[in-house]
Design a protein around this ligand. Structure first.
Ligand code: ADP
Ligand code: F6P
Length: 319
């Protein structure tokens, strides 16, 4: 392969720029040229292509977001649009594609590979919701952003003898809530993987207060319910002082952590290695501290394993 393209798609995540930089420089050093596609799959349909050089990716490793920008492109679900995308790339002399994104973006990459266009996926999402990789790019930074906020909220909660619900991102996967709940010393972690009724949550908080806790934090994954709804219920049903905070999109931005910068570099380097050997239909990841790659179909069919033991431990150490 002599010419490849790269795009970022779906929700952005810190570390995407590090991966873009690694892809561009590894490819150029290896004698390939690189085309940057603006705004995800939409950019292929719009032919929003630009040549990327060594200096195009200078001064970006420390920046959050993505220099290629990102988009959600509904049209790309249609097979006829995927055919147009392949024709547009071939017209540009592009022979392979690197897609940085989450599971939705990987389904687009899978469709292109199935139609004979070699595509490699890099897991870029703060949610950590892809089963085949231990960690996705951006998860570590997003968790650190949450921890900063959680620590600050803890100060004011304990000054006021108050319980605060902190809503973090994660629609189907509670990993951000689980990890930040442990790291932030939360009294309770509420995630989609372990359904709990409002009355169980009420009971637990009343018990915590009876055991002598004068304040506390509840870390709630957005996929369960809204923090406001839970706050209103607890204010109605208990005598405790309750507040709620939604951390929102700040979790997706900010300078990537050392971990996400290095992971982005490793993912990008590995992805180009595959395309250089004309290997497509793969996704890269990390498993037991080793960079791996796997067939896209296999990776997307794996159910995400819930870390029961970590959740159990969190319950014990929050007593
Ligand atoms: P993420 O990649 O973060 O999971 P989305 O689920 O929003 O984000 O997907 C990003 C984009 O990937 C979509 O807007 C669409 O362009 C493409 N995509 C998602 N699912 C499919 C699919 N089944 N077939 C083709 N393209 C898809
Ligand atoms: O997929 C990542 C994610 O950050 C989710 O946790 C969140 O629900 C969603 O994206 C929000 O996406 P947006 O507001 O960009 O549509």
């Amino acid at each position: 392969m002599k010419r490849i393209a790269i795009l970022t798609s779906g929700g952005d995540s810190p570390g995407m720029n590090s991966a873009i930089r690694a892809v561009v420089r590894t490819a150029l050093v290896g004698g390939m040229s690189v085309v940057g596609v603006e705004r995800g799959y939409q950019g292929i349909l719009d032919k929003a292509f630009r040549e990327l050089h060594m200096r195009s990716v200078s001064d970006i490793v420390q920046r959050g977001g993505t220099i290629l920008r990102t988009a959600r492109c509904v049209e790309f679900h249609k097979p006829e649009c995927q055919d147009i995308a392949i024709a547009n790339m071939r017209e540009e002399g592009i022979e392979g594609l690197v897609v940085i994104g989450g599971d939705g973006s990987f389904r687009g990459a899978q469709a292109l590979s199935n139609k004979g266009f070699p595509t490699v996926g890099i897991p870029g999402t703060i949610d950590n919701d892809l089963a085949y990789t231990d960690f996705t790019l951006g998860f570590h930074t997003a968790c650190n952003t949450c921890i900063d906020a959680i620590d600050k909220i803890r100060d004011t909660s304990s000054s006021h003898n108050r319980f605060t619900i902190i809503e973090v991102m994660g629609r189907h996967c509670g990993d951000i809530a689980l990890y930040t709940g442990i790291a932030g010393g939360a009294e309770m972690i509420i995630i989609p993987e372990v359904p709990r009724t409002f009355s169980e949550i009420k009971k637990n908080l009343i018990e915590a207060s009876q055991k002598g806790k004068t304040s506390g934090l509840v870390v709630l994954a957005e996929g369960v319910c809204g923090a406001d709804e839970l706050m209103r219920y607890l204010q109605r049903e208990t005598n405790l002082s309750i507040r709620a905070t939604v951390l929102g999109h700040q979790q997706r931005g900010g300078s990537p952590s050392m971990r996400d910068r290095v992971l982005g570099a490793q993912f990008g380097y590995h992805a180009v290695g595959l395309l250089k050997k004309d290997i497509g239909n793969r996704v890269v990841g990390i498993s037991k501290s080793k960079i791996i790659d796997m067939d896209i179909d296999e990776a997307l069919s794996m159910p995400k394993k819930f870390q029961k033991e970590l959740y159990r431990m969190a319950g014990i150490i929050s007593q």
